[in-house]
Design a protein around this ligand. Structure first.
Ligand SMILES: Cc1cc2nc3c(=O)[nH]c(=O)nc-3n(C[C@H](O)[C@H](O)[C@H](O)COP(=O)(O)OP(=O)(O)OC[C@H]3O[C@@H](n4cnc5c(N)ncnc54)[C@H](O)[C@@H]3O)c2cc1C
Length: 395
């Protein structure tokens, strides 16, 4: 029986584990190892920071969704991977594998900018459940005594969507409370232009986003690196200083320490079109953990986003490739790097489609509509249902 170990119990790890179990049945022993004991629907974290969702709305206990489906769950962190010996090391055990799927996501690099981040820094973040809950408390305090807000992405960021969503959501909430005129909002980003998103823009996204921000009276500062965050101001590398009462900034990302040695200098892992680690036959990497080169160098470094939609596709490709090797059936088509995303904008939302992810593209879509907001809400419910009932292969 093939022993397959999956690192991470999120978008990539769960999808891969369910698909392996569905296609291999008793032919494989599938184990998911995660340092978190729950699945968190990460795209809803900006809503947690606004008080529109709580933890119970967007989490599922991993043990309860994996074990009834015959997938073993180990609630512990991988400390390392010995690729030559085909073993995962934890604090207490060495776990041998025939195939390994790595879906450990990112390590958040707050330490790369002084004063960045909620732990010991001066800015909020909404990339984990705990951070989003902390941002909600800060938001409640802010509303009692409002002032300027700074939102954005520091140098090296690759996940640009959440700061855009946060800017639109605070704008919407402040208008609802009729205090928007008391709150200057500035959006500061390492992107060379607004709407670049780390993927060279998307159709007319620059003009469109400029109009949206102008309509909402949000000031834009692009192409900037941050020198440091003081308790009440952002200090940019060009010498300018922007005051804030509340700041939410995305950090750059790195590969997590346990697998970083398998990757490039930032710890992201190069893979082939079947998600197999380059030069290693039995390790596959998916999701945020993979290395993707930017489409072009930008004056301030930016990375390429790896979305949940992409991660799920990568997981199915990796799982089906392993299945084809074990059973001898035909391998799946190579992974095509396309992206679909619903960007929340408060009381409305935008649908973004990029085929392929990076330019030049066959097709791009960018549409703002209230029906996209409904789709986004529906998608959250649908994805949680899918994971709760083990339907990793559903579209
Ligand atoms: C705020 C926010 C909003 C987003 N919104 C969208 C959106 O609207 N649409 C979209 O498509 N994408 C969105 N994304 C991106 C999407 O969340 C990611 O693409 C997706 O979560 C990637 O899945 P993953 O499995 O690669 O990694 P992750 O989801 O990061 O999961 C990695 C898992 O591995 C575990 N892990 C880490 N290290 C170890 C270890 N050493 N041992 C064991 N386990 C470990 C972690 O605890 C975690 O559970 C958003 C991201 C953020 C941060």
């Amino acid at each position: 029986m093939a022993r397959i170990v999956v690192l991470g119990g999120s978008f990539g790890g769960l999808t891969a584990a369910f698909e392996l179990r569905r296609l291999l049945g008793e032919k494989a022993d599938v184990t998911v190892l995660s340092d978190l004991d729950k699945f968190v629907f990460i795209p809803s974290l900006p809503w947690v920071s606004m008080g529109w969702r709580s933890a119970k709305d967007i989490t599922l206990p991993l043990k309860d969704i994996l074990e009834p489906r015959g997938i073993q769950f180990r609630h512990e962190a991988a400390k390392g991977v010995d690729a030559d010996a085909s073993k995962v090391m934890t604090e207490t055990a060495e776990i041998p594998y025939d195939y390994l799927i790595i879906s450990t996501g990112p390590a958040l690099a707050f330490d790369e900018v002084p004063g960045l981040g909620p732990e010991g820094g001066h800015t909020k973040c909404i990339f984990t459940l705990e951070q989003a809950e902390g941002a909600k408390l800060a938001w409640d305090r802010f509303l009692e005594e409002p002032g300027p807000i700074a939102v954005g992405s520091v140098q090296g960021v690759s996940c640009f969507g959440p700061p855009y969503e946060y800017a639109f959501e605070v704008d919407y909430e402040l208008r609802k409370r009729k205090i928007r005129h008391k709150v200057p909002i500035v959006f500061i980003t390492s992107e060379p232009f607004i709407g670049h998103f780390g993927m060279g823009g998307l159709g007319a996204s620059k003009r469109w986003m400029e109009d949206e921000f102008a309509d909402k009276d949000i000031k834009i500062i692009t192409n900037q690196a941050v020198e440091e965050f003081a308790p009440d101001e952002v200090r940019l590398k060009d010498g300018s200083k922007i005051p804030f009462k509340l700041a939410m900034f995305a950090p750059a990302m790195k590969g997590v320490p346990a697998v970083a040695h398998l990757g490039n200098p930032r710890g992201f892992i190069p893979v082939d079109e079947n998600m197999r680690n380059k030069g290693v036959k039995n390790i596959f990497t998916i999701g945020v953990a993979i290395a993707i080169a930017p489409p072009e160098p930008t004056p301030v470094p930016t990375g390429v986003p790896k979305t949940g939609f992409m991660t799920v596709r990568m997981a199915l490709t990796a799982a089906r490739t392993i299945v084809s090797e074990i059973t001898g059936i035909a391998p799946p088509d190579a992974y095509e790097m396309n992206a679909i995303c619903f960007m929340d904008m408060g009381n409305t939302a935008a649908y973004m489609g990029a085929k392929p992810l990076l330019p030049p593209r066959q097709a791009t879509t960018l549409k703002k509509s209230v029906w996209v907001k409904w789709m986004k809400i529906w998608f959250e419910r649908y994805f949680l249902y899918k994971m709760k009932h083990g339907h990793g292969n559903w579209p």
